[in-house]
Write a protein that binds this ligand. Sequence first.
Ligand SMILES: [Zn+2]
Length: 309
Amino acid sequence: MPYYLEPSLNVTVVSPTKVQLSNCANEITLEHQNVNLKDFLGLVDNPNFPACLEEQSNSDVLNEIFKFFIAHHFLVCKAVENHDALSLDLQVQNKITIPDYETTYPKCMKNIDLNTVNVFGKGVLFARVVKELINQSIQVFENPEPDKMGSGILLCCSDRPNAAFFKQINAIANKEKIPALFAQLNSNTAVVGPLVVPDETSCYSCYVHRAEPNINFVEEAAAIQQNKGNLLASKAVPSLYALETCFHVISQIVKFQNRAFHLCLINEVLELNLLDYQLDIRPVIRVPRCEHCYSEKNALPATAVRALI
Ligand SMILES: [Zn+2]
């Protein structure tokens, strides 16, 4: 069976007697193994690896290094095609994390096409996100009609708050049972999330409802959200703000694709001030009888199972 070095692994000579091996999960220094490690790394590409280790004069040590590399996922059995560091780090994290209740797959996952994204909106953030998704080899449907949508996640982008439009996409997501992510710029603040999983999480309408008590000037905020009566719209182009926000949007899509749900903005919203870097991750608790995500089916309690002892 061929083995491949995990592409995000770094091996650094620290001193004549120390070598450090590192990736996102491990930073391990080995002492007095510099020569053996160099020999080992030189043999991994040998077509006869790992059998060829036996032919070496230091085979005992090399076999121990082989076991050490396997145990720490520094060697993998399948060639990794995507060399993007974020995806690689997520794959390593998935291997070392013991799944718990937080990493249970959403029920709708089996119906979702992870290689496509339906992107809704317009503007600078929208254009940049579309471009970067294509760079990531993800197929993009731009503003598809509901009947022409693929079964990929819905992604809604806007250069300014636009609650009415976001609620429309939120309603489609809940009706079609397809997850959706929301991202907007509000002046110099990036607002990314929530990532909505229909029937299982709070939705965009819940977020709007929950945000209201935190707003100091409710009338003003409502007027901005509805984009009505705007006497002068900003002529400034949010290129750099969109550049920064785009990373967080793509990162969420990649995390969702890699099933790293504990790192997704599920029931959460990221608010990042792009001038002073103040960052908040705000919880979004589901609103009982929310206009979009409530259904009688979801309101029923789970079937009780009792131990008969
Ligand atoms: Zn809701």
